[in-house]
Design a protein. Structure first.
Length: 161
């Protein structure tokens, strides 16, 4: 399949369009070294990509996918999060929420193409889509609940069928 256009949003998010699927946009999580863990920079980029996709009248369907061979997205970047003070975490929260809300509020149908791990915030990104298509390698879950943390990206509000 020939890629006709590719636009980067920051370092970790790509929007691709393919010649054979003119009205389908591929929203790619592209932080493979961290299994697509959502850092502050990645959250900003994801929100920006969603804003651009929402304004593109040619896009009729968006497919959220991953460039990592073993993971869709493993959730929040815990290394980054553990370095934050409480005040920094409070200031970062709207940025993280904007990423999940950006996917949720896309005006066209959205499909999460899940393979490998979709954990925590990664599963919540998939849940923000209209449809989840998962292959046999998919492992989904909200592991934060086992340590008493409430999913912060909407995982308690949405359910997949």
């Amino acid at each position: 399949m020939t890629v006709t256009s590719e636009q980067r949003f920051g370092e970790f998010v790509v929007v691709r369009r393919h010649e054979s699927r003119q009205h389908v946009a591929e929203l790619v999580l592209d932080r493979p070294k961290a299994m697509n863990a959502v850092s502050t920079d990645m959250a900003r980029s994801l929100a920006a990509a969603c804003e651009a996709l929402g304004a593109d009248r040619d896009v009729r369907v968006t497919v959220l996918t991953s460039s990592h061979e073993r993971a869709f997205c493993v959730g929040a970047d815990l290394k980054e999060r553990n370095s934050f003070t409480d005040a920094e975490l409070v200031r970062q929260r709207p940025t993280a929420r904007a990423a999940y809300t950006g996917v949720l509020e896309l005006p066209m149908p959205t499909v999460a193409a899940v393979h490998g791990f979709a954990l925590g915030g990664g599963f919540e990104l998939a849940l923000a889509c209209d449809v989840i298509v998962a292959d046999a390698t998919a492992v989904v879950g909200l592991p934060e609940v086992s340590v008493g943390v409430i999913p912060g990206g909407g995982g308690t509000d949405r359910q997949s069928v």
